[in-house]
Design a protein around this ligand. Structure first.
Ligand code: AMP
Length: 273
């Protein structure tokens, strides 16, 4: 596995390879969810690039930028064992200048749900994804459905800016008890870890209600909130796959989303129904 830290060196290296490139952008502290993205990329492409970059512009003031988990050695080993060809580890100075053009997330879709609790977060996400895609120039880039709004906005950006990469959604990987894998799960104490299960349980309930043909969005959200209590819930929402408000679940065309604080840790999860 080749490790590259300089954006222009990576760009030159990849263009000399003349191979189809699959790209998996991450912030590190890798787990089985990330490995699943890598496996999908390996299946579809001749060469796989993984980036690890804790992007400062997507963190708001007071968020966990400085204490975001960093597992450099373990991450390198995971990438190498998973068959990653190139690990890209840029530093902040090489990714950002002091005064530069940035992308602005869509004024509506980028400022609801997670964008409402973290205003400006998605502008940072889109800016860094755009930079990374321009450096790697992949045929396909892999994003987890776990971050459904991010996936939606990146897919929209690629379409609206007429970019030629294909965005490939990958299913959420969970622990055996249902908790969605997340780098931030490391912050949870044993009792918080237990409380966090309320999130996947509430989603499970929603999917059961929908299977039983109980499709009223408000009723489902109410029942979910009963399970989620007493967690501090940022939002419980059921939307169509374009992230538009609906009154009645459209089967196989909707997504149920939850964001809640468990202690000081913000966790999100969703199911596609
Ligand atoms: P992160 O390192 O948290 O920025 O995540 C990097 C990529 O991994 C994103 O596309 C996430 O959606 C994806 N991802 C994170 N957790 C999971 C999971 N449990 N299952 C599948 N993909 C995930």
């Amino acid at each position: 596995m080749k490790i590259i830290t300089k954006p222009l060196e990576l760009k030159e290296y990849l263009s000399a390879q003349c191979k189809t490139v699959g790209f998996v952008p991450t912030m590190g502290a890798l787990h089985e969810g990330h490995v699943s993205l890598i496996r999908n990329a390996k299946k579809d492409n001749e060469l796989v690039v993984v980036s690890i970059f804790v992007n400062p512009t997507q963190f708001l003031k007071g968020e966990d930028l400085d204490k975001y988990p960093s597992r450099h050695e373990a991450d390198t080993k995971i990438c190498s064992i998973s068959g990653v060809d190139v690990l890209f580890l840029p530093n902040r100075e090489d990714m950002y200048g002091s005064d530069e053009a940035t992308l602005q997330a869509p004024k509506v879709r980028g400022y609801v749900l997670e964008g409402a609790t973290r205003p400006g977060h998605f502008s940072g996400v889109l800016t860094v994804v755009m930079k990374l895609l321009n450096i790697v120039n992949p045929s396909k880039a892999y994003f987890g459905k776990k971050d459904a709004q991010q996936l939606n906005l990146v897919t929209l950006m690629v379409k609206q800016l007429f970019m030629s990469v294909e965005i490939v959604p990958v299913n959420t990987v969970r622990e055996s008890d249902g908790l969605a894998l997340s780098s931030r799960n490391m912050y949870l104490s044993a009792s918080e870890r237990k409380d966090a299960l309320k999130i996947s349980k509430s989603l499970h309930l929603a999917s059961r209600m929908i299977m039983e043909n109980s499709l009223n969005v408000e009723e489902i959200k109410l029942k979910m909130r009963e399970i989620l209590a007493p967690l501090e819930v940022s939002y419980v929402e059921i939307l169509n796959r374009d992230f538009e408000v609906i009154q009645k679940v459209e089967i196989a065309k909707s997504v149920v989303l939850v964001e809640a604080m468990v202690g000081n840790t913000r966790l999100l999860d969703n199911i596609w129904v």
